[in-house]
Design a binder for this molecule. Structure first.
Ligand code: NAD
Length: 244
């Protein structure tokens, strides 16, 4: 597996689920890792927490600057912070649409905007955005969330084209249903969470949810020189769900 020794990575949403698994993996492989999160609590000692709301441009700028000041450089950005939304297109009003798009889409643009000047100086620069199979699967009751992830996919392609000649590779991962606190929170709302989890597992072609570590492995691959010729792609990590 790739060695990230000497490299510095930012992981947004790095205090939970896929982000935390990614932060741990990159750190375990030698990177200095900064988790930018609303609540960077309870992080392992080797991961530096920076309290940041990706919807706040000033906070994002000062967090990115603080990471570079502390670690001296920036090589990898994992744009992973995201929130969900349930319902058809009529279920949410403008405020909710704008709130979710602000986190899931504009948040990634903000982090990239402030990170790019630093990434341009790295010989191993990579951005990995967390998309979702919702970007193309036509999932019921996920209109707003799907729109946000469709935008993440298009943003990834556009960023890849814009920055590849600067030596910055941009790609995204598309998890299916990953076993994270996010999914546990949703299951806990069911009348019988254990039965709901069993049903969810049964709906997966593999008979089980994707693990956060499996998504982290894919992110680490796209962040590493092992994928040095891979630019502007989406890597599905969904146990075959993308065929639905
Ligand atoms: P999670 O809720 O376990 O973790 C998300 C983290 O993002 C949390 O630590 C949260 O504090 C942080 N966050 C939320 N809003 C933020 C903000 N405004 N600023 C900074 N940090 C913020 O969720 P997860 O399941 O690990 O999801 C991570 C990413 O993976 C999201 O982009 C999500 O859309 C995507 N994803 C998840 C699944 C899944 O099934 N879990 C599937 C496809 C895609």
């Amino acid at each position: 597996f790739s060695d990230f020794a000497g490299l510095v990575a930012i992981v947004t949403g790095g205090a939970s689920g896929i982000g935390l698994a990614t932060a741990k993996l990159l750190s375990g492989r030698g990177a200095k890792v900064a988790a930018l999160d609303l609540k960077p609590d309870g992080l392992p000692e080797d991961i530096a927490g920076f309290e940041t709301n990706v919807t706040d441009d000033a906070q994002v700028k000062s967090a990115v600057d603080a990471v570079v000041e502390r670690f001296g450089r920036l090589d990898i950005v994992v744009n992973n912070a995201g929130i969900g939304a349930i319902g058809d297109v009529a279920a949410n009003g403008d405020d909710e649409w704008l709130r979710v798009l602000d986190v899931n889409v504009v948040g990634m643009a903000r982090v990239a905007r402030h990170a790019l000047p630093h990434l341009r100086k790295s010989p191993a620069a990579a951005i990995v955005n967390t998309c979702s199979i919702a970007a193309w699967a036509g999932l019921p009751q996920r209109a707003l969330y799907s729109a946000s992830k469709g935008a993440v996919y298009a943003l990834t392609l556009a960023m890849a084209a814009d920055h590849v000649r600067e030596g910055i590779r941009v790609n995204c991962v598309a998890p299916g249903t990953a076993d994270t606190p996010w999914v546990s929170r949703l299951l806990d709302q069911a009348e019988d969470p254990a039965a709901e989890r069993a049903a969810l597992n049964a709906r997966q072609p593999t008979g089980r949810l994707v693990s956060a570590d499996e998504v982290a492995n894919a992110i680490a691959y796209l962040a590493s020189p092992l994928s040095g010729a891979t630019v502007g792609t989406v890597l599905a990590v969904d146990g075959g769900m993308h065929g639905l």
